[in-house]
Structures are given as C-alpha cells and as structure tokens.
Design a protein around this ligand. Structure first.
Ligand SMILES: *Cc1c(COP(=O)(O)O)cnc(C)c1O
Length: 460
C-alpha cells in the first residue's frame, strides 16, 4: 500500500513554510530554502518527495533502531487501536499493554530496576525524574536534598525541566532557564577541552569535578547526578576510559541518586541493552524513550529501583500524564522489543555490525580533514579539524564547517548530523555491511567536497 503524495514538492514546501513551525530551526532560512520532505522509509533507506533514496545514518532522531517499514509494528498498533485505543492508568486502573510492557522491561534491566513510570517522551520522563528524586528525599526526611548535578553540553530534553538538566547554552538562553537547583559540571570531551592533558588524566579530572561539586554544594543538598552514558546530541562524546570508573567511585562514596539517561544509549545502541552496562555504571533510575518503540509511537519512561519505588509508594505521587503508558504506544513498544530479541540485534551490534563499522569509521581519520574518530556500538563521531596534531579548531565560528559538511552529506543522500564541527552517525541496528560500505563511501566523498570548498573559500 502506497500513500501517494498529493502535491508537488514546491507546493508542500510553501505550505510548510507558511504554517509549520519547526523545532531547532531558523524559520526564515528554511522558508527560503524549502524543507526536504520525506515520504517513505524502508530498512535504513528513506525516500523524499522527489524520489531520491537517502541512507539514514541517524535512525531518524536516534530512534528507529529496528529500521523503517516494519509491518509487525503497524499491525500491533492496529490490533490495539481496535481493541482499546485509549485508557488511562490514573486512579487505580490499568490495562494490558502497560502491564505487559512494564513487566517486560523489568526482565531486561539490571536486577534492582523493576518499576516503570511511563511518559510520552524522554523530556517528560526527565521531568518525572526531577520530581521523583526530590520527592524521594523529602519522604526520607531530607527536603533540602534538591540539587541535581548534570553536565555542560548534556542533552536531556526540551521541556523546562529537561532543558534545565541539559547543559546546552543556546537552550538556556531562551525562556529563562535553567530552573533553580540544577548545577552543571564539565563534560569529558578530551578532543575539544583536554588541552595538554593525556586523555586518561583529563577523564579523571572531569570526573572529579563531580566530587568537588558535591563538596561545595554540600552532600545534604544534592539529590542526584544525571548523565548520558555517552552524550548523544552533544556530539557523541565518548569519554576516556578513566572517566566512568571514577564517576562510579564518587557516586558510591556519597549518598546521592544516579540517573542514567538512556534515551539514546538504551535498547542496543551501544552493544548492550543499556549504555550504563556498556560503561559499567549502576544507576538508580534510567530514562528511556526513542529506541523503546523504535520511534513508531511516542513513548518514554523512568525505570526506577526497588528502593525508590518503595519510598515513593508510601505517599500519593501527584504526577502523571494523560498518555502515561498509552496502550497503543505500549503495544508497539512490546512488539519492538520482541523484534530486537528475536533478531538478536543487541548481540549483532556488539559482535558483528558494530565492530565492522568501527574499523571503517576509524579509518576515516586517514582523510586530511578528519581528526579523532570515536565509536561505540552504532554511535560514532568525528572531529573535523584544519590541523590534527594540534587538535585545532577552524578560524571560522564553530559549526560553520560542520554545517557545510552536513549540506554536502545531504546532497550525497547520506544523513549525517553535525554538532559544531563534529560529524555524527547512529544508523539503525539492522544496517547491512553493504550499506555500511555505502555510508563510508558517501562520507569520504562528503569530506573531499568539504575540503575543496574550504580551500576555495580560504577557510583552511
Ligand atoms: C532525545 C533525548 C531526550 C528527549 O527525548 P524527547 O523524546 O525528545 O523528549 C532526552 N535525553 C536524551 C539523552 C535524548 O537524546
């Protein structure tokens, strides 16, 4: 069955520009250029309204883990819509998909994480986490333990709470953020911020900022530390090996809660079910969304420890969303987890396609424009640089070169993103070796074109 495109591309673009406000976009720029309109998806391939076939190196927004075009997920949604399209889980009611999904999640998470509070997205789930950890400490008789420590250049969503936890300066600059009692420490980005230190020393130094922050704020004021096991939107920042063990040591030494934001890293992306398992970190709460349903339905949640659930359960938690545990979204998420299990996608990332991509991705550092290449499972990044030995930044404002590179990539029908002057990928977990080869070929061509243009324009 094909949904036919009812209008020519320019007409769609004009309507889009006239009526549709896009996230993280300068409206006027897009209106001038016209949006690229995606009409279909199949496996790792997208089709646009002009009929171009595009290799999606980003799984949509890091979410389409099982790839596009899965009839099983569509059927699961249709079945559930016919049976019970909606009911809520407030006021002592429940329904089968929410029950089954919560129980299923408890079987794939570490032993002590057995309780799920559902939300409609990752941002909402992190808002839940803010209220949950503060309520937890209040119920334990420590209402002053309210501060949440996060990291600069972290991404935890776009709601007031999520964006406050996040460490994106451009987001804080709009709308009066962050909210009170959120504290940010440095990120473990050795390439950009490590100076003359070795990666290992830098990893330790950045981890120890957590200990310093706890000491300065006072342990009696700190409720929790939140982090992505690998920062995604911040540029796929994979910390030096020294970082996570030191973070774990500090967390163990202090009475604070740990929130692993697994919205990107979860559901096989890093070669384990969860990124915290890959980096060896034991959280009290995990934030989930994205790969939970492979993006086929909007759903997120917080998976919390037995200890937190028992404390929170002692009083009414005055919090919840109309769509918490939405039955259609939950049914689709369940079917998505079944696909990941049946097709052994987590092991595939760890043992087969992850290592295959890693070799080729790392070899891109042979290109004159490419500095470090980092990759874990199926999330990778590269630093573009005019001078590898010095890890130099371009003289043009940060992001200028990354943007040029991304434009060439789009034109080559490869979706890569840029974060500043880092290029990032996170392809669907089902990507074939042949499609990995295509991705690498197109990336190389993209860097050649970028290199030529930088020379032409005197930006090198
Ligand atoms: C995308 C993302 C979020 C926000 O999820 P939404 O579903 O967009 O609200 C939160 N945390 C991380 C790590 C993310 O990548």
């Amino acid at each position: 069955m094909h949904l036919t495109n009812p209008r020519p591309t320019d007409e769609l673009q004009a309507l889009d520009a006239a009526h549709h406000m896009h996230p993280f976009t300068t409206g006027e720029d897009l209106a001038q250029k016209g949006a690229r309109i995606i009409t279909r998806g199949d496996g790792v391939w997208l089709t646009d309204s002009e009929g171009n076939r595009i290799l999606d190196g980003m799984s949509g927004l890091w979410c389409v883990n099982v790839g596009y075009g899965r009839a099983r997920l569509a059927d699961a949604a249709a079945r559930q819509m016919k049976e019970l399209p909606y009911y809520n889980t407030f006021f002592q009611t429940s329904h089968v998909p929410a029950i089954e999904l919560a129980a299923k999640l408890a079987t794939i998470t570490p032993d002590h994480l057995n309780h799920v509070f559902f939300a409609g997205s990752g941002s909402e789930a992190n808002d839940t986490n803010i209220r949950m950890v503060r309520t937890y400490w209040a119920l334990k008789g420590k209402p002053n333990k309210k501060v949440i420590i996060s990291r600069r250049n972290a991404y935890h969503g776009s709601t007031l709470g999520g964006a406050s936890l996040g460490g994106m300066g451009a987001m804080h600059a709009q709308g009066g953020l962050p909210i009170p009692d959120v504290h940010h420490i440095g990120q473990p980005d050795w390439w950009a911020e490590g100076g003359d230190m070795t990666p290992q020393d830098f990893g330790l130094a950045r981890a120890r900022e957590l200990e310093t922050a706890i000491a300065e704020l006072g342990e009696d004021r700190v409720a929790a530390f939140i982090a992505e096991p690998i920062q995604g939107a911040g540029g796929v920042i994979i910390p030096p090996d020294s970082y996570w063990p030191e973070i774990q040591r500090i967390c163990d030494a202090h009475d604070i809660l740990l929130i692993a934001d697994e919205v990107i890293c979860g559901f096989g992306r890093t070669g384990e079910w969860f990124g915290s398992q890959t980096v060896g970190w034991t959280p009290d709460i995990m934030t989930i969304a994205k790969g939970l349903s492979s993006g086929y339905q909007p759903i997120g949640g917080s998976i919390v420890s037995d200890e937190i659930a028992s404390v929170i359960g002692g009083d009414e938690f005055n919090h919840g969303y109309t769509y918490s545990g939405h039955p259609v979204a939950a049914a689709v998420a369940l079917e998505n987890l079944a696909i990941i299990e049946e097709e052994k996608l987590v092991a595939r990332v760890r043992n087969e396609i992850g290592p295959y991509l890693a070799v080729k991705w790392t070899a891109l550092t042979d290109h004159p424009l490419v500095g470090e290449a980092k990759i874990k499972g199926l999330m990778g990044s590269l630093a573009l640089t005019p001078d590898k030995a010095r890890r130099a930044a371009f003289t043009a404002p940060a992001g200028t070169v990354g943007f040029i590179c991304r434009e060439f990539s789009f034109a080559n029908n490869l979706i890569m993103r840029h974060v500043g002057d880092r290029m990032i990928i996170a392809p669907p977990l089902v990507i074939s070796k042949e499609d990995v080869d295509t991705l690498i070929e197109r990336a190389w061509k993209t860097f050649d074109q970028t290199h030529a243009k930088l020379k032409d324009e005197g930006l090198l």
